[in-house]
Write a protein that binds this ligand. Structure first.
Ligand SMILES: [Zn+2]
Length: 399
């Protein structure tokens, strides 16, 4: 192994490495997958976590909105429970964590820290009480929307659908209350997936810095899920004048890091979605539930035909965001287990994370920059969100 690789491995192993988005809970719940199992189709298990020195993962609690219509809270609770059960099954190797200090303590104890983030505000079913109870169960971020506009915040994915009622300025009055209640509780406000106007309204009213748990740069890959340079800078400035600012966690999905891949995907999508609908209808006709995992499997038969972009595309994203917003405002939000296996070449699981560190060093990032990107920045934001929560609204802060 070359000296550069060895020193990269050392820096990576000593850093607190935090990833803010993995969709593994659906595997726990729908496939009976255990983190001690072999990877199979997935990207994350305990062996890969150890090899990749991944210290903390925010497990995504994502409720597919059409399959679970009428049961959002139930599915949310079942997914939360599935993460808790993994921790219960592996007490020697895992720890359930809800604070920045908890992540640092788990790192010292060499245990993998499991945290919770809800992906999609529809999980709260228009109820601040549910939001508070999810916080009580340990949820520490909520993505205001997934691909579905939810009545109080707009998603970037259905803005041109005339059948979907949208807000006038990004958040309704209730949506603003949700953001303020998240600030008060100490839950990170996640703007991945939201429409641009929802983004701008949110950074304007949030008293705490915001995160993008799994997004990228639109300048490099033009997709509404990615962020313009102005948005990247606004995340860095979010939380008010005294804040140290938020963080954009780079999504590894090939379709968000590489324009060629995104273009190929766009032309393939109509055929792929028709195949999903056929599979769904066939499952229903046989009286079976059609799970998100099966949906992924169908998509994958199409997606695997598109050539994988090089892993350097991930580092291009980090580099660009560091350049535009500052190295204090970028991190990792892999989207492992959520992208139907569509990751750049050489990035197959959490075990490959040290390759990102090595590529960052090759690009000229210092060891201290790498530590910030790998997890330090996210820890700083989580700490500030915790601190803002203990300050009553209006006291010494922008309202
Ligand atoms: Zn997502």
């Amino acid at each position: 192994m070359r000296a550069r690789t060895l020193s990269a491995r050392r820096i990576h192993a000593s850093a607190v490495v935090v990833d803010t988005h993995a969709d593994t809970p659906q595997r726990f719940l729908d496939e009976g997958f255990d983190l001690a199992d072999p990877l199979g189709d997935g990207n994350l298990n305990l062996a890969s976590v150890r090899r990749g020195s991944l210290d903390a993962e925010f497990f995504s609690i994502w409720v597919e909105p059409s399959l679970y219509a009428g049961q959002y809270a139930r599915r949310t609770l079942e997914l939360i429970d599935s993460v808790r059960r993994q921790v219960d099954r592996h007490p020697d190797r895992m720890q359930f964590v809800t604070t920045a200090d908890g992540i640092a303590a788990a790192h010292r104890a060499r245990r993998f820290a499991a945290l919770l983030g809800i992906e999609g505000g529809h999980s709260i079913e228009h109820s601040l009480a549910l939001l508070r109870q999810y916080y009580a169960l340990g949820v520490r971020y909520m993505t205001l929307t997934w691909s579905n506009t939810n009545g109080w915040a707009d998603s970037c994915s259905d803005l041109d659908d005339p059948k979907v009622p949208h807000t006038r300025r990004g958040l309704t009055r209730f949506g603003e209350e949700v953001v303020r209640e998240m600030n008060r509780l100490g839950m990170m406000v996640d703007i991945s997936h939201v429409a641009d106007r929802t983004f701008w309204r949110t950074v304007r009213i949030s008293r705490a810095p915001v995160i993008a748990s799994h997004s990228g740069s639109r300048a490099l890959c033009d997709h509404p899920r990615n962020m313009t340079d102005a948005m990247l800078r606004a995340v860095a400035r979010s939380g008010g004048p005294r804040s140290l600012g938020g963080v954009v966690q780079v999504n590894f999905f090939s379709g968000f890091v590489d324009q060629d891949y995104a273009d190929a995907l766009r032309s393939l999508r109509p055929r792929m979605e028709r195949a999903v609908e056929r599979a769904r209808a066939a499952a229903v006709a046989r009286g079976r539930a059609f799970t998100p995992t099966e949906m992924q499997r169908v998509r994958r038969t199409f997606l695997d035909r598109i050539p994988r972009p090089p892993a350097s595309k991930i580092v291009d994203q980090i580099d660009h965001i560091a350049e535009v917003a500052g190295v204090e405002h970028v991190g990792l939000g892999s989207d492992f287990d959520g992208v139907s296996g569509q990751l750049p070449a050489g990035i197959d699981s959490a075990a490959d994370l040290p390759k990102v560190t090595e590529a960052l060093l090759d690009r000229g990032f210092s060891a201290s920059d790498c530590r910030k990107i790998l997890g330090g920045n996210l820890l700083r934001v989580l700490r500030e969100v915790e601190r803002v929560a203990s300050v009553p609204p209006g006291v010494g802060r922008r309202g």
